[in-house]
Design a protein around this ligand. Sequence first.
Ligand code: BTN
Length: 263
Amino acid sequence: MLPGFTVEVLPEVDSTNSELLRRFKRARGASGVHPEPEPLLLVAERQSAGRGRLGRQWQSARGASLTFSLGLTLKPVDWSGLSLAVGVSVSESLDPPRKAQHRIGLKWPNDLWLTSAHGERKLAGILVETASWDGLRYAVIGVGVNIEPVALAPAAETAPAMSAVAPGCLRELDGGIDAPQALLRIVPALVAAVRAFEQSGFAPFQARFTARDALAGRPVQLSDGTQGTAHGVAGNGALRLLTPEGMRELSSAEVSVRPVPPC
Ligand code: BTN
């Protein structure tokens, strides 16, 4: 499926991102020569302590979710926008860009939202983390996709961004799909996207992000209370936000952002 990658499937782990970061640190910490780590795709059938952005939890249930991480060394000139590029690739794989109307949108920086009769609900999330050693930067690209409907605890990060109903799931878009099929659909294109990002940065992804930008033109509120109107993303992946004080550009590390629900 993936030339150049080792593929490993675990029945259970705390978090595929944590596991890859631990392995990287352990290998680099050992004495002796440190060859560049092999690219690895780690899939977990269940995560006991899945993590989301900004220290949140990512809950998932065995069989009902796809949870995996890609670990590889990358040498892009500029890292900004990597997690947005990942979101573009995953959304295009699950909802190919051939229809006039996309069903999967991107909520900056890297949530995938599914639009259905139930409204807009979070379908998938992405967590990109890096670790450095001896001038080498190792990227761990974690992806979690809800495949089947499942009842999760109310505090779940998978909780919908705009309504109080259950998260969206891929079965609403594709009735027969399961987690292994979704993995096969996502990963080859994702690896190609990450390599393209390494060569050319966020530029080849900017227009594709714009085509699915779920916040564009909408009033939004930041986690620090600031309100404004979303105006797409800049060439480095920053969110452009028109506030009463003028246009601001926000990096994804700073904040979380939600659309303001209509009154
Ligand atoms: C988010 O929505 O805030 C990001 C969620 C990312 C979840 C995935 S599941 C696989 C990988 N392992 C983790 O612990 N998190 C990511």
